[in-house]
Ligand binder design. Sequence first.
Ligand SMILES: [Zn+2]
Length: 266
Amino acid sequence: MQAKYRYEDFTWPEIRRAVSDRRVAVLPVGTVEQHGPHLPLVTDVLTATEMSRRAVERIPEEAVLLPSVYYAFNEHHLDFPGTIAVEGPTFVNYVSDIGKSLAHHGFQKILLVNGHGSNVPFLDIAARNITNHSNAICAMVPWWNLVPQDLLSRLRESDFPGGMAHGCELETSVLLYLRPDLVQMEHAAPDFPVQSSEYFYWDLEKPSPVFFQEFFSRYSRTGTSGDPTKASAEKGRQFVDAVVDRMVDLIRQLRDRTIEPRVDHH
Ligand SMILES: [Zn+2]
């Protein structure tokens, strides 16, 4: 029988065992927000959760999968119906508290798997809070950072920069593979910001050198940013498989990582 891996299915003695087995705690974090007229609000939760689940399912004796965090920071999407926005400090503190609870129970290694671009700075801080204020170490990875560059170059058809930003070729491909029943391709259309330059653009393949995010409705008519018409389920399958392979590798590397003692040089 395959080992249990869903955290919420464990009893407390089983959690104690999972800790002594040095399992890595994997926490998917998404957001609930508009993703254009063709993708569901749950897109970022769904991608982070399903990729994490597939990775943990492959190595159930080495990791546990936490229930996902659904709500996060996305004020800039509020002009579109459906978006649920949480203030930055609330979100950082909430995720930090989850990590500190895991550390309190003895988990030493925690991985945050992120599904939403604007979560990056907040989850970076949350991971540092957990690492700095507990005996555990916590790392964070946005799933698209795990797409191998050669695979991306081979499959990508939309223009860079801009083609892969939001509800785009990449996210729509992944949804077409994971949950085609939730994708309305008849409503998918390209949407690129009018003002785009080497300093001001959005693209998941490579962030622009300048940190800047204004209200989404200022530069997107549809709520999409990029070209979802270039998406396909086959691309999605290749992206997801590659990300899951690397996530398994990453979880194992984090598990094997030695936590060196601190040295107080006062
Ligand atoms: Zn998204």
